[in-house]
Design a protein around this ligand. Structure first.
Ligand SMILES: Cc1ncc(COP(=O)(O)O)c(C=O)c1O
Length: 411
């Protein structure tokens, strides 16, 4: 028997990231920090390797009233100001074009997890990319869901719309409903961002398949504020959703972890759109129940922090300026690595922007390559079908010459 429920008895997180971070830290102690290239760190750091704190955010947080932090939130679904501001921030100029709902969640993670829970029943299948953020699989397991994957890229290194179509239609045929995850822009871990025409194709597949059931798309927009093309352009594709069939719903999983670099505050949200009010009402009702039934409510101070900044033009632009400096820094770091990778013939997945670059490595070679890199004091992270280089956490000077070194080591 044992103390655990049947569905929990085999749960066990194998944290490859934590293990590698520890190995890198041990190496720093043993060989000195300058001898180690640590590209494990998945959070944003400055050129001295220090965790990025936006002063424009910290100042506002320090000045929040105690009563903005200590009491419960205004409701299970979140503070009204916060909900208004995340809808407006995530959807930008497109907000008025759809029926819209929002709930506050503990980080973007809470948004993804509650979406899986409320859209699919245990035993049903979730569609995710074959290369993607690891916790999607953990969350699926948590809700007793099966996983199916679409190939993220085709042979031309574009979004593999054919694979997305095939897998989605198989699932629609077998379960009469599809829940698919896309992580765009700045896909983790490849740094890919989809074009507007790729998005148009996704929406048209959603609409075609909706003849046989509901198609729910979850776009994980955790990194939306790190798109090089800026606020307005990075949301341009959202106008495709004006054509969304009334049977469909799109959920955007938003995260203050990246947008404010406040990972520990655990504030995020689901912003969901449809052209049918009933979808919004149903989704809202079920999620309100989940909020109360699982986490009760999200930290009030974190929500107040976001809404205070967003509703004030001066504060908002101060943050935008600070964050843009980091978008430029990521661009600079990516160029250093990618130009050299190209020159030495080190293959990478199609990076456009964001926190990570991933090396294309054959599955059977990944383990061996990791070991060889570690032996030379280079510490990246193993991911599905590749090896991730976290340019977000690594000062530029550590990235200079890295592609050449990696190429020499793994061939
Ligand atoms: C792809 C992706 N989605 C969502 C998240 C959610 O993070 P949080 O729950 O801290 O908002 C992360 C954080 O690493 C991420 O990389």
């Amino acid at each position: 028997m044992g103390i655990l429920a049947k569905r929990s008895k085999d749960k066990n997180i194998i944290d490859t990231v934590f293990t590698m971070v520890k190995k890198a830290n041990d190496a720093k102690v043993k060989y000195g920090i300058d001898s180690v290239i640590d590209v494990t760190i998945g959070s944003l750091c400055d050129e001295n390797g220090k965790f990025t704190i936006f002063d424009s955010v910290s100042e506002v947080y320090k000045n929040l009233d105690n009563m903005d932090i200590a009491p419960y939130a205004e409701s299970f679904v979140g503070n009204n100001d916060y909900l208004r501001e995340i809808k407006s921030w995530v959807l930008g100029e497109h907000e008025e074009k759809f029926r819209v709902g929002a709930i506050a969640t503990p980080g973007g993670s809470g948004s993804v997890s509650s979406t899986l829970k409320n859209i699919l029943d245990p035993g049903e299948t979730l569609l995710i990319p074959n290369i993607g953020w690891g916790p999607y699989k953990i969350m699926a397991r948590e809700h007793d869901l099966k996983i199916e994957t679409y190939q993220l890229f085709n042979e031309k290194d574009e979004f593999n719309i054919e694979s997305f179509r095939e897998r989605s239609s198989e699932i629609m045929k077998s379960q009469g409903k599809v829940l698919a995850i896309i992580n765009d822009p700045c896909h983790n871990p490849t740094g890919y961002s989809m074009s507007k025409s790729e998005w148009e194709n996704v929406v048209s597949i959603m609409n075609d398949l909706s003849e046989n059931g509901n198609f729910i798309l979850l776009n994980d927009v955790a990194y939306i504020d790190y798109a090089v093309k800026g606020y307005k352009e990075s949301r341009k594709y959202m106008e495709c959703f004006t054509d969304l069939s009334s049977k469909n719903l799109a959920v955007f999983s938003f995260s203050c972890s990246k947008t404010l670099t406040k990972y520990g505050l655990r504030v995020g949200g689901s912003v969901f759109i449809s052209n049918e009010q009933k979808n919004i009402d149903d989704y809202m009702r079920a999620n309100e129940f989940t909020c109360r039934g699982i986490w009760s409510n999200v930290p009030k101070g974190g929500m107040k922090l976001f809404s205070t900044i967003q509703e004030n033009k001066t504060l908002r632009s101060k943050l935008a300026v600070e964050r843009d400096g980091y978008v430029k820094l990521l661009e600079k770091r990516s160029k250093i690595f990618l130009e050299e990778a190209l020159a030495v013939g080190l293959e990478v997945y199609p990076y456009k922007e964001g926190f990570f670059i991933t090396l294309k490595i054959k599955d059977e070679k990944i383990q061996e390559s990791m070991e060889k890199l570690n032996q030379q004091n280079i510490y990246p992270i193993q991911v599905a079908h590749g090896i991730r280089i976290a340019i977000c956490g690594s000062p530029s000077k550590k990235l200079e010459g890295l592609a050449q070194k990696v190429k020499n080591i793994i061939g």
